[in-house]
Design a protein around this ligand. Structure first.
Ligand code: NDP
Length: 326
């Protein structure tokens, strides 16, 4: 048995947290031989609810769960953390515009960035799930300048998983038959699920699936999936978001298979025309705990327009929070 790693989760008593913790403790992220110590972070009013979650975790008697610690602030909660899931964020309230949400969440991620820098382990890797996740991750990273670039990322894997699932269903295939489906840009309705480079059972998706459906139905289906779930369930997605967060960190931990790509929102240095210095979702490969942005992907004019639109949105978001960028 390996030595346990420390895994911190913010917003641990929330809906996504509730779907995430039990899968982490069961070994779904780091594998059946990797014990973990959970470090659960909440805001003070949610600590009682968090106690209840801890009781349930204990009652599962998970063999891989070697400890549970709780904290009501990130400086304590991130102590020695090797892996961090930043799920907690202020939800959008009625009448709130995206810019208001960004500003409301900004200070939370300033504090969390500082806490990562001062308290987390040297090998820390973090994913931001709480929305608007790309810009929250940017604020966090800019307030942790001593942490190597690229260690703080944002999640676009749920958009990727949704795109994979839609194409698999349409093609009469399994999700595992779909490869190289990646999402570019912002985790928002402007994101671009790039079906041009994806394959299903080794065949180009553009020839395996009706092109009209791809152009007219697929992108809106993926982009509006969150709203469709709220409409059907009466609550926003939680288990699928938790599952995607596990996929993001698990792929970062274990690596991508030969020839496989995945989507991660990471610091941009202007690749593929993305604005420099935003957290942009790219096609990446992962090996040895390090991601590499895939080089040399050719984009059509249609795709370039989509990349430009989502990049513009991220540049605008960065402008809204420029005072928080350290
Ligand atoms: P959830 O657990 O449902 O969601 C948490 C965050 O994840 C939200 O920002 C949400 O964004 C985001 N998210 C990203 N992808 C998805 C997706 N596909 N579906 C749904 N949400 C997604 O929220 P709860 O309110 O249940 O729980 C949040 C917890 O965080 C609470 O327990 C609260 O106490 C805590 N919290 C912690 C803070 C901190 O650490 N300082 C600050 C504020 C809250 P969106 O709203 O856009 O859906």
């Amino acid at each position: 048995m390996k030595a346990p790693i420390r895994v911190a989760i913010t917003g641990a008593a929330g809906n996504i947290g509730y779907a995430l913790l039990f899968r982490l403790a069961a070994g779904d992220c780091y594998g059946p031989d990797q014990p973990i110590i959970l470090q659960l972070v909440e805001i003070p009013p949610a600590m009682k609810a968090l106690d209840g979650v801890c009781m349930e975790l204990a009652d599962c008697a998970f063999p891989l769960l070697h400890g549970i610690e709780t904290a009501d602030n990130p400086a304590d909660g991130f102590k020695g953390a090797n892996q961090i899931f930043m799920v907690g964020a202020r939800p959008r309230s009625k009448g709130m515009e995206r810019a208001d949400l960004i500003q409301a969440n900004g200070p939370i991620f300033v504090a969390q960035g500082k806490a990562i820098e001062s308290a987390a382990a040297d090998d820390v890797r973090a994913v931001v799930v709480g929305n608007p996740c790309n810009t929250n991750a940017l604020i966090c990273a800019k307030n942790a300048p001593g942490v190597p670039e690229g260690r703080i990322t944002a999640m676009t894997r749920l958009d990727q998983n949704r795109a994979v699932s839609q194409v698999a269903t349409k093609a009469g295939a399994l999700a595992s038959d779909v490869e190289r489906m990646v999402v570019w840009g912002n985790h928002s309705p402007t994101m671009f699920a790039d079906y041009f480079h994806a394959t299903v059972k080794g065949q180009a998706v553009t020839s395996a699936v009706d092109e009209g459906w791809l152009q007219n139905d697929f992108l809106p289906l993926v982009g509006k999936r969150g709203a469709a779930i709220i409409e059907a369930r009466g609550a926003s997605s939680a288990a699928s978001a938790a599952s995607a967060a596990i996929d993001h960190m698990s792929t970062w931990w274990h690596g991508t298979k030969e020839g496989q790509w995945t989507s991660m929102a990471v610091p941009s240095h202007g690749q593929y025309g993305a604005p420099e210095g935003v957290m942009f979702s790219f096609a990446v490969t992962v090996s040895g705990g390090e991601y590499q942005i895939v080089d040399g992907i050719e984009h059509s004019d249609f795709a370039k327009e989509k990349l430009a639109a989502t990049g513009d949105e991220l540049a605008n978001e960065r402008e809204v929070v420029k005072d928080l960028l350290g």
